[in-house]
Design a protein around this ligand. Structure first.
Ligand SMILES: Cc1cc2nc3c(=O)[nH]c(=O)nc-3n(C[C@H](O)[C@H](O)[C@H](O)COP(=O)(O)OP(=O)(O)OC[C@H]3O[C@@H](n4cnc5c(N)ncnc54)[C@H](O)[C@@H]3O)c2cc1C
Length: 496
């Protein structure tokens, strides 16, 4: 089969790359190894309750924001019901060992006011923090369309040496530090390794407003499928590319059954370290191979999907607030090897925001392969040793009990329906070590570029550029821009 562009992977990044190319009249095929399209965006149901895998909320969907502009350009908005979180909504930071609750609003002004009234002794530092995040965000083209994309990217793949910790030193209360760093949970980097640039990129998106999409990630997938099918894009599921050959100036993506696609460009959106499953290492410089293979990943997670036995309101809780619980002496500098019973927990209820259907909530805490290694049968995908289901259930119930007592003051508000572990993420998403946000975007390692030394082979996805729905979408904008002309594509999308 001959097609101009092959996209490997159908997460938000693959769907976005396919949609931009199709919008520009290029022929495209998407190849997904899973039987379902959508990667981390997929929604599923248990006992009639809808749950999202990897999409609980997002920033950048205000009318002047980049994701909104991109989706407008692609013709997706007509299919999506986007809801801005109401003014009272916020990240609610609470503590297992202190009665204080700290609200971090989806608004610079309100956050600064509330935090200053809770921590008057640190008012100057609070002001400095928000001013700095705003100033850094203003240098990022995705937030300030006047900034040149090319100039920004000249430096982007060099490691940023400015640690975010710097602007927080001198704060007198660790609980305030934890609240200001809560966005670390959304990109999975410990404070000691987080750069100011990356932190500002994530924090600014939410300090400018948070958004829900009715129907969650599945609604996003479905709307992408509508425009892709209309544009004639072929989508192949349950299909594994066995290898990529470069022959006679053309790229061949060869499937396990011997069928192959002859194409000009391949955009690979899986984890960069898995690229060498598809191409011989000898195609690349040894240093490049070592770098991609050695990428340090963000942690994995253990997730408990629960039903709620009453409306959230009945418990004085709102689905428009994300609840976090931590220990007040938590050290955000280290992310791994913490005691399991001291790990921070997040509670969020995206599908309740839809206003229809049964009530359910999701509990998330960090996890790692070490926790599940005993159940991994010879590394074989999908195969689990005896005792795995019982272990998952025990861990899930323990997490539910903890959340029930901390947030609901009742031992039966949340009831466990389903869990996912690092093995689930590893096998369902092809994510090494079950990493949830891909390779770390940190001061300690270079972010892999979207370009490779092979003509016609590009990378995209959450490990390239930035993580999250916004980051993975923008990564495809940049990658496709390389193929079709970055500045002109940028102009079409932003009008600048
Ligand atoms: C538990 C969790 C909660 C999250 N919450 C949020 C949130 O609230 N807001 C937010 O913005 N982000 C959130 N994220 C992050 C966000 O979901 C991801 O950053 C983003 O969806 C990644 O998109 P992607 O396209 O890069 O990768 P993926 O969604 O992982 O898609 C990659 C796809 O490529 C396929 N693939 C890989 N290799 C191959 C191959 N060789 N051949 C064929 N197919 C292949 C995979 O099967 C997969 O379908 C969350 C993530 C998780 C896991």
């Amino acid at each position: 089969m001959k097609v101009d562009n092959i996209i490997i992977g159908s997460g938000i990044s693959g769907l976005t790359a396919a949609a931009i190319l199709a919008r520009l009249g290029r022929s495209v095929a998407v190849i997904e190894r899973n039987r379902r399209v959508g990667g981390s965006l997929r929604r599923f149901k248990r006992n009639g309750v809808a749950f999202d895998t990897g999409f609980h909320y997002t920033g950048c969907l205000g009318k002047d924001d980049i994701l909104y502009r991109l989706w407008d350009y692609l013709g997706l908005l007509q299919y999506l019901d986007i809801q801005r979180f109401p003014d009272y909504s916020h990240e609610n930071i609470s503590f297992f060992d202190s009665s204080l609750e700290i609200p971090l609003y989806f608004s610079y002004k309100r956050s600064e006011e509330e935090l200053s009234s809770l921590f008057p002794q640190d008012t100057e530092k609070i002001r400095e923090y928000f001013r700095t995040v705003r100033e850094v965000a203003a240098t990022i083209p995705f937030y300030n369309f006047d900034v040149s994309l090319n100039e920004f990217f000249r430096d982007y793949w060099k490691p940023s040496q400015v640690p975010v910790k710097g602007i927080l030193s001198g704060i007198s209360d660790n609980r305030l530090v934890l609240a200001l760093l809560i966005h670390l949970f959304l990109y999975g980097v410990p404070a000691s390794q987080a750069s100011l640039g990356t932190h500002a990129m994530v924090a600014h998106a939410y300090l400018n407003g948070a958004y829900h999409i009715v129907g969650g990630g599945q609604a996003v997938i479905d709307s992408y499928l509508k425009i892709l099918r209309r544009a004639g894009v072929e989508i192949f599921t349950s299909m594994d590319i066995e290898r990529i050959d470069i022959k006679d100036g053309a790229v061949h993506a060869v499937c396990a059954d011997g069928e192959f696609f002859r194409t000009e460009n391949v955009i690979y959106t899986g984890h960069p370290s898995r690229l060498f499953d598809l191409l011989p290492e000898s195609f690349f410089r040894p240093a490049y191979v070592r770098r991609l293979r050695g990428l340090i990943n963000t942690p994995s997670m253990f997730v408990a999907f629960c039903s709620l036995n009453a409306e959230m309101d009945d418990y004085g809780k709102s689905p428009w607030i994300n609840y976090y619980a931590l220990f007040s002496d938590e050290d955000m500098n280290s992310s791994r090897h913490r005691q399991l019973d001291r790990l921070p927990v997040m509670l969020t209820a995206p599908s309740v925001r839809d206003g229809t259907g049964k009530q359910g909530a999701v509990l998330l805490r960090e996890s790692s392969m070490e926790e599940v290694l005993a159940f991994d049968q010879h590394g074989e995908e999908g195969k689990r040793a005896a005792g795995y289901e019982a272990w998952k259930r025990r861990e899930g119930i323990a997490l539910c009990n903890k959340a029930n007592m901390h947030w609901f003051g009742s031992d039966e508000a949340l009831e466990l329906l389903e869990t996912s572990s690092p093995l689930t993420f590893r096998d369902e998403l092809g994510a090494p070590e079950g990493t949830v946000y891909g390779a770390m975007h940190s001061i300690n390692q270079l972010t892999p570029s979207h370009m490779t030394r092979l003509r016609g082979l590009y990378l995209s996805g959450q490990s390239i550029l930035m993580t999250g729905i916004v980051g993975a979408s923008l990564s495809s904008l940049v990658t496709v821009g390389e193929i079709v002309g970055k500045e002109s594509l940028w102009e079409r999308i932003t009008g600048s």
